[in-house]
Design a protein around this ligand. Structure first.
Ligand code: FAD
Ligand code: MLT
Ligand code: ZN
Length: 480
């Protein structure tokens, strides 16, 4: 009942033998060839505890050359591999399906250079996002992306999933912010595309193939990324709205009236709030108890405290007068701001604590987005709780169905309905989490057959034996 995916191991892949292990020990050193059961159990299991592989080997390369030697060898032996970063992915892409060798670049975690004038950071792919955030903070800059998994996810994983997160509204996607990268192809060839230029129109821009391809085309080993300056004035408001239409109007008003200082616009419904209150430690609703149906978190980031504050207050006053918000607070200090953020960022964890979690990550036209949630509630009745939140400013709905345990009857009410609805409304079945294993066979709901065929051709060109991250992203039937 957890997933609808049933697949078989591809018999063309070799199984690991003692010669393979000896070879890896020779090139990586004993301690970077992990066969310990506990470590393997956690590397085989995804963050949601929904997908579990049975890999017997985890490799920890320290350099691009080591990654290259590993892949060259695996390709010649037809050994399948799965690139793994912080293993915080939500679609089963980061863990083996069967016995694929896990390759994790977590030891490649050095900052290579930082240019204080341009704000361009060049680093290895295994750097943990939060460490990069601290590194930059000391130098007066920020990362252009931020997400709840920052303490574990790696920049290589972020780039490979084209992670969106909480500030995409302001700084745009990694397709804009990543200026270059280095990747190793399945045959071990190193592609140096580690440019640091804002503008470079020389031929096809191949780095984009690796941004969001979820480790299916090779392993990202280095990244060059444009980072914005840290601005001094940050404000966070937490607001209540009586209905979804008000949230939508509030978004339009926020874009118009807060303009250049708007840095996040997140929403959650009352079911999300109830879940946070019962499953997250130390969380309380900052608004006085009353029947609020929706909550909106607005963050502004600018350079002039009094100007920004004045702008925000004028916006809130007019929203209140116009009846768009029924209550609200502006955080008075950093503690209050972070406790408000914790309500929103803690929702994935609260859902896991609540039991079974069917998770959908959809891009939809903002005006229709909550209709799906309501239709889902009608379909599921008392079978499960429908919890909705997301990056409203980007038209990204996180639709979660929560139940005490996984159950085929629940899944049958959700799928294929959710994908058909999204497709009919010309949305995307993967806004920011990727397709992974969960949705490899669903891509045609969002992309045309011609586009998917071209993707399959690219996959075959870059990885003819199909050894990197098999069973993920594209339907197996289209790759063979
Ligand atoms: P993993 O989970 O290890 O891997 C993800 C995919 O990338 C896999 O397919 C893997 O094979 C591939 N991969 C990893 N590293 C490499 C590499 N070096 N080279 C090639 N392929 C690689 N996502 C969002 O977009 N926005 C959010 O707001 C957000 N919030 C989250 C909050 C929580 C609490 C959690 C648990 C997850 C959240 N996610 C979010 C999902 C996830 O954190 C992101 O997808 C993240 O970018 C994954 O990074 P990772 O290092 O953990 O990669
Ligand atoms: C988020 O925005 O919180 C993440 O994408 C994780 C999730 O969707 O649960
Ligand atoms: Zn998200």
């Amino acid at each position: 009942g957890a997933t609808a995916t049933k697949i078989e191991r591809n018999s063309k892949f070799a199984t690991l033998n003692s010669n393979d292990i000896s070879y890896f020990k020779e090139i990586l050193g004993e301690k970077n060839v992990i066969q310990d059961e506990d470590t393997l159990l956690s590397a085989n299991t995804d963050w949601m505890h929904k997908y579990r592989g049975s890999s017997k080997l985890l490799l920890l390369p320290r350099t691009t050359e080591e990654v290259s030697s590993i892949l060259k060898y695996c390709n010649s032996r037809c050994l399948a591999v799965v690139p793994q970063g912080g293993n915080t992915g939500l679609v089963g892409g980061s863990v083996p399906v069967f016995d694929e060798v896990i390759i994790n670049v977590s030891s490649m975690n050095n900052v290579i250079s930082f240019d204080k004038v341009s704000g361009i950071l060049v680093c290895e792919a295994g750097c943990i996002l939060e460490n990069l955030i601290s590194f930059l903070d000391n130098r007066g800059f920020i990362m252009p992306l931020d997400l709840g998994a920052k303490g574990s996810c790696q920049i290589g994983g972020n780039v490979s999933t084209n992670a969106g997160g909480l500030r995409l509204l302001r700084y745009g996607s990694l397709h804009g912010n990543v200026l270059g990268l280095e990747a190793v192809l399945a045959n071990g060839e190193v592609l140096d595309m580690l440019g640091t230029l804002r503008k470079d129109n020389t031929g096809y821009d191949l780095k984009h193939l690796f941004i969001g391809s979820e480790g299916s085309l090779g392993i990202v080993t280095k990244v060059s990324i444009l980072t914005p300056p840290k601005l001094s004035s940050v404000n966070v408001a937490f607001l209540a709205c009586k209905d979804y239409f008000s949230c939508q109007k509030l978004l339009l008003e926020a874009k118009r009236k807060l303009g250049e200082i708007l840095s996040a616009f997140e929403f959650l419904d009352e079911q999300s709030m109830a879940l946070a209150l019962s499953h997250l430690e130390g969380v309380r609703n900052p608004l006085p108890p009353s029947l609020h149906n929706f909550y909106v978190l607005i963050e502004t980031t600018g350079s002039n405290e009094s100007y920004d504050r004045e702008k925000l207050e004028a916006f809130l006053l007019s929203a209140m007068e116009g009846g768009l918000i029924s209550d609200g607070i502006v955080a008075q200090d950093i503690q209050q701001a972070s406790s408000v953020w914790h309500i929103r960022e803690g929702l994935p964890e609260a859902l896991i604590k609540a039991g079974a979690n069917y998770k959908y990550d959809l891009s939809l036209p903002v005006e229709k987005l909550y209709n799906l949630v309501e239709e889902m509630r009608t379909r599921l009745e008392n079978l499960a709780t429908v919890v909705a939140y997301g990056h409203l400013g980007d038209g990204n709905l996180h639709l979660n169905i929560s139940a005490p345990q996984y159950d085929d009857a629940i899944l049958a009410q959700i799928e294929p309905f959710v994908y058909e609805w999204t497709s009919k409304n010309r949305g995307s079945i993967s806004a920011e989490h990727g397709l992974g294993l969960m949705k490899a066979n669903k891509i045609l709901y969002s992309k045309s057959p011609a586009a998917v065929n071209l993707m399959a051709s690219i996959k075959k060109l870059l990885d003819p034996n199909g050894i990197v991250n098999p069973y993920k992203v594209l339907p197996q039937s289209m790759i063979h």
